[in-house]
Structures are given as structure tokens and as C-alpha cells.
Design a protein around this ligand. Structure first.
Ligand code: PAF
Length: 312
């Protein structure tokens, strides 16, 4: 495993791998790695011969200076975790400083309309411009064959897929499952900032999502389609009642378009609730000093099962 910090170095290393006919995979991160990131690296190693992990706390995707300043940074610790993957450790850790990625005030921004209007796009103005722009830059810098992103940041994953499709970028985007603590808390670099009490409160997010799964399963057992309104009520009720939690949003959306499920195209008009094959249930909430997000795709059996496997 080799640390490089300049665009020239990472390009040379990737070019050498390509010259050997190797497939290159990128795992973009902002560091403060945890088991969720390591799972992305393992996933990349399944599809690529050479894996590059980028570690860059991207300032342009933070809407608050205090959040950027407080974002945990621990490059040596990150590298130790990656090295411990042994045979699956990435070949290259690309850890540029801000001046390397943004040598001048950029005049170019990648903006994805539509998909960014709701959820975190509404709560964090400009966030997805920063994400889409830095990922486009990383794809241009590293030129990977594939890139792996976690499904915990579901909206981010859809935004990146759309950037790649709309700009014809030659990168395969792979979405990897959310990794959870045994009690259900979705892993996040921000969890490090939770006190013991906050940590207990934060379990409300996954608990609320499980309540949504229960609604879907009850409906399915009764032979009824999923009712997005009923799901939202149950999830919002569970999350809203949790002590120490301030709800940012609870949304039930079409997972592809990230818009409310369309009763006219999915359901039978005037004949009960709309029928949806899959529904994204996404939640965001402030717990102590941090804002946490989580989601489940109802009707995606594996996603539901992974969520239910955790208990709290
Ligand atoms: O998910 C993240 O850690 C970041 O948004 C990403 C994709 C590395 C872009 O900075």
C-alpha cells in the first residue's frame, strides 16, 4: 500500500496498472474510516485488480464551516485500518491536500437537478454540487474503471449514477449495502462524535425504519399494496417520539426518481392506496452535535433483512 498526495503521482500509478492490463477501482472517502468503508474496499477488490482509496475532506460539500472543522481526520489511523485488510488492502491511498484538488477558485460546478431537490439536498443547500463536482474531479484524476459508493448515502449514490450517465463518464458505479452496528446504528464517521447518551438516542433512526418495514410486511400479509402515507406516519411517529432526537426529515419516495410515489402511474385510480414495488424510506435527524441519516428500500428483501437482522 502506497500513499500518494499529488494528481501526477496517482495518475502515474494508475497508468502503470492499466499498462499491465489491470482493472482499477476507486473508493472515494473523506477518511475517518470505519467498517462501512472497509466493506466498500472489499467490494472494490471483488471487481478490480488495483484499488485506489481516496481520502479527502472535500470543503465544497459542507454547508457549515463548523461541521467542516469538526469533521474527524486521522490519516495514519485510516491507513492502519486499510493495511489490516491484508491481501485486500488497496494498492494506493490518494490523500491530496485542498490546494492540490482546488488550486484556484473553481468556476465550474457539476449540478444535478431534480434528484437533489429533496432529502439532504433540501436540508444542506449546495451539498450535492460539492459532492458531484469532487466526484467528477476524482473520476477525471484517477480514471478508474469502477467506483464503489455506500447505499447509506442513497441520494448521493443516485446523484453520482446520474452524473456518470449524463456526462458519459466511463466509470461503472457500484452501490454497496449499508453496514450497521449489531444494534442497528448505521456506521458513519460522524458516530465518533456521539456521547454515550447520544449513541443510545441515535438508535431511533434504525428503529423507525424497522417500523416502516413492519407496516409494509403487514400490508403484504393482508394482500394490500404498500401505502406510502401509512409508512411515513409510522416512521415519523417512531422517530419523532424518540428522546434526544430532532427530526430533520422523514420521506417516502420512489428510489429511482427520489420523488413522491406517483399514484397515477403505480396505483389504480380511486381504488385504494398506490401500489409501489419499492419505496425508499429515508430519515435524517440531529442527535447531540451531529446530523445522522439512514434509509431502507421497502420491497428490497435483502435491504429489509439486513436492517431487521440488527436489534435494538
Ligand atoms: O461519501 C463521502 O464520504 C463523500 O461524500 C465523497 C463521496 C467521498 C465525496 O467527497
Amino acid at each position: 500500500m502506497r500513499r500518494v498526495t499529488t494528481i501526477a503521482e496517482v495518475r502515474a500509478a494508475v497508468a502503470a496498472a492499466r499498462a499491465d492490463g489491470q482493472r482499477v477501482g476507486l473508493v472515494p472517502t473523506m477518511g475517518a474510516l470505519h467498517e462501512g468503508h472497509l466493506a466498500l474496499v472489499r467490494e472494490a477488490a471483488i471487481h478490480a485488480d488495483v484499488v485506489v482509496v481516496s481520502v479527502f475532506v472535500n470543503p465544497t460539500q459542507f454547508d457549515r464551516a463548523d461541521d467542516l472543522a469538526a469533521y474527524p481526520r486521522d490519516l495514519d489511523g485510516d491507513e492502519a485500518q486499510l493495511a489490516a485488510l491484508g491481501d485486500l488492502a488497496p494498492a494506493i491511498v490518494f490523500a491530496p491536500d485542498t490546494g492540490e484538488v482546488y488550486p484556484r477558485e473553481p468556476l465550474t460546478t457539476v449540478t444535478v437537478a431534480g434528484l437533489t431537490e429533496r432529502l439532504c439536498g433540501a436540508s444542506r443547500p449546495g451539498h450535492f454540487d460539492g459532492v458531484a463536482t469532487v466526484c467528477t474531479k476524482l473520476f477525471s484524476i484517477v480514471q478508474p474503471d469502477l467506483a464503489v459508493f455506500g447505499r447509506k448515502d442513497f441520494q448521493q449514490l443516485q446523484v453520482i449514477r446520474r452524473v456518470v450517465a449524463d456526462l458519459d463518464l466511463p466509470v461503472e458505479v457500484i452501490g454497496a449495502p449499508t453496514i450497521r452496528e449489531p444494534d442497528g446504528l448505521a456506521m458513519s464517521s460522524r458516530n465518533r462524535r456521539l456521547s454515550t447518551d447520544d449513541r443510545a438516542s441515535a438508535l431511533a433512526l434504525s428503529r423507525a425504519l424497522r417500523a416502516g418495514v413492519a407496516v409494509r410486511r403487514r400490508a403484504a400479509a393482508g394482500g394490500h399494496p404498500i401505502d406510502p402515507v401509512r409508512v411515513r406516519e409510522e416512521v415519523a411517529g417512531t422517530l419523532g417520539a424518540a428522546p434526544g432526537v430532532t427530526v430533520d426529515y422523514v420521506e417516502v419516495l420512489d428510489p429511482e426518481t427520489l420523488t413522491p410515489p406517483d399514484a397515477s402511474s403505480r396505483g389504480q385510480a380511486g381504488d385504494g392506496p398506490p401500489e409501489a414495488d419499492q419505496l425508499l424510506v429515508a430519515v435524517a435527524a440531529h442527535v447531540g452535535p451531529v446530523r445522522l441519516i439512514d434509509n431502507v428500500v421497502l420491497g428490497d428483501t435483502e435491504d429489509e433483512e439486513r436492517l431487521l437482522a440488527a436489534t435494538s
